[in-house]
Design a protein around this ligand. Structure first.
Ligand SMILES: NC(=O)c1ccc[n+]([C@@H]2O[C@H](COP(=O)([O-])OP(=O)(O)OC[C@H]3O[C@@H](n4cnc5c(N)ncnc54)[C@H](OP(=O)(O)O)[C@@H]3O)[C@@H](O)[C@H]2O)c1
Length: 291
């Protein structure tokens, strides 16, 4: 029997990264829907799509990810990242959904990696919309796995890695903040974990107890944006002078958490996965981008 998996937000970094690897999961049948084909904020149309396709699993890769724009566009950010989770949870009642959230929901004054049981302290519209979305989904009767991730990059769309590569072609010198810490996460690695969970679950190898839980996922390691930028330029064999600056000298509409390091012990042990070090995956993505 073919297990059906529906992916929303198919044109985003994660959506396209999932599409890239589906040949490795030939026992799963995929349907990818872009925002034009499936607007998750439209409850009636969304329910109809779920009724017609009848997926066993839904991966919600759709999101409003313009963190700074969200500050002046709260309505849209909340509609997509928070209230649309009601549509998803209702339409997928009795079925399973993997939903992606953000390290921004923690925003704690810590210097140890966040574990999933730490209290949330979302700051700013984007972070709050992601935190509200989590709790809305958790209150529906859809079985969910919520994966909190951060600093996502890929060969697709816009991200920090691609910006740095572009700047190395157009500028001689840039400033990058060195007091915000986290770990870059390759969307392909995240895509593999998501499909691994679904594959194992469809073979009844995942305990029901693993559902309705929150997991952190990032690549392994800790860095800051300045070190990350320097590593990109070095790995790509480019030249660009990068000056470290404190984030007070680079004000943005949305406050960034100074600490966004995720403890990934829970997802590793629950699903028996290994997670690559961030530099290993970064090298792979840079290789794809520049060759
Ligand atoms: N990027 C990061 O650094 C980061 C960090 C932590 C967590 N996350 C989370 O990881 C997940 C994937 O992020 P990403 O980087 O892949 O995001 P992305 O590249 O911005 O893709 C998001 C996709 O969602 C689609 N979308 C927006 N509104 C929609 C709607 N109403 N209905 C259906 N689709 C809609 C967008 O459509 P269009 O193509 O039409 O715009 C886009 O294709 C998101 O939940 C995000 O919050 C991302």
């Amino acid at each position: 029997m073919n297990i059906k998996v529906l992916i929303t937000g198919a044109n985003g970094q994660l959506g396209r990264s999932i599409k890239k690897i589906i040949e490795d999961f030939s026992d799963l049948q995929f349907m990818f829907l872009t925002s034009e084909q499936c607007d998750i904020t439209d409850g009636d149309k969304f329910r109809k799509i779920i009724e017609d396709y009848n997926p066993d699993y839904l991966i919600n890769a759709a999101a409003y990810t313009a963190v700074d724009q969200a500050e002046s566009n709260e309505e849209d950010a909340m509609a997509v990242n928070a209230y649309a989770l009601q549509n998803i949870g209702r339409a997928m009642a009795g079925k399973k959904c993997i939903h992606i959230s953000s390290d921004y929901v923690y925003h704690l004054d810590k210097d140890v990696p966040y574990t999933e049981d730490m209290p949330l302290n979302a700051q700013g519209v984007y972070a709050r919309s992601k935190a509200i979305g989590e709790s809305i989904l958790q209150r529906t009767s859809c079985d969910s796995i919520i994966i909190r991730t951060g600093w996502l990059y890929s060969e697709f769309g816009n991200n920090f890695l691609k910006t740095m590569l572009h700047l190395s072609e157009t500028r001689n010198e840039i400033n990058v903040v060195d007091d915000q810490w986290g770990c870059p996460t390759y969307a392909t690695d995240l895509a593999y974990v998501i499909l691994h969970i679904i594959h194992e679950d469809s073979k009844n190898k995942v305990s029901l107890k693993s559902w309705n839980k929150v997991y952190n996922y990032s690549n392994i390691g800790v860095t800051n944006w300045y070190e990350y930028a320097c590593t990109i330029i070095k790995m790509a064999g480019k030249s660009l002078l990068i000056n470290p600056i404190p984030s007070v000298l680079y004000p943005m509409p949305a406050t960034r958490p100074p600490w966004g390091v995720l403890d990934t012990t829970k997802i590793k042990s629950e699903f028996s996965i290994e997670i690559p070090a961030w530099k290993v995956s970064l090298e792979k993505c840079i290789d794809i981008l520049i060759n």
